[in-house]
Design a protein around this ligand. Sequence first.
Ligand SMILES: O=C(O)CCC(=O)C(=O)O
Length: 281
Amino acid sequence: MPLALDNDILWLSQLRKILMSTSTPSLLSDEQIAFYHENGYLLVKGLFSRDEAARYRQAGHDLMKRIYGQSQGGGGWGSGKALSEKETVLQHCHDVQFYDAAFSRLIVDERFTDAAAQIIGSNNVQLHHTKMFVKPPENGAPFPMHQDTPYFPHDNHSMIAAIIHFDDAPLEKGCVRVVPGSHKGGLLEHNPQGGHHLSFDEYPLDEATPCPAEAGDALFFSYLTIHGSGVNESDQARTTLLVQMRDPEDTPSIDTHNSRGQSMMLRGIDPTSRGMNWKMD
Ligand SMILES: O=C(O)CCC(=O)C(=O)O
């Protein structure tokens, strides 16, 4: 009865996968989790290999070529103009998993989703959206300091971002900068003009803590953590994928930012079974 045996083996292997994807993850150490809770961010070194990162980088640049053709890209956030004397440019694409299956596989990679689960503090990780940024060489656009919260506030603040680096992002490439511990201060008032941003005087980009990263590293941070990034002045592009995720039991406080990939489960289950139908009364 070889066929029945094969089916049993297949079923057992599927059961193992289901159990693993709902079990408590242990990829990150207690020290890393404590650092995250204290500071509101965590750089996870070498989550992916340099070879893997290089393949995603190529896929990302191919995608940008399909979207932008010969054009260098758009201008980035209007408020970013205050941070550079020269014209800056940015190539971006939301929900990249709808454009290339390589990115669908990436966002459910267990190394990534286990780290996200530990940081969120839930066995279940739900997608909010993804966005790829290519900051072109020499004039790659900056992001003024801000929290992500005003864009999609949630009742329990479980929302986190992970920026996966597909190439090295040293300071001169406009790496991400954070204000450590700022996630503890709650939601601040933002200026909505040209992208929600904080006062340039009160939150100067230059004084925030730089988080230089290498290809394959992932920077996780709370949507309450104040962050931004500088101009890419180097001669190489900076290529990243930002994945925004939440605990599926956390409810959006307002009905906004409903992108098409939203509510896909990246790890575990949605105990509420509400999928996209969470809408408030
Ligand atoms: O990738 C970056 O440089 C920062 C992106 C960012 O802050 C955002 O999209 O909210």
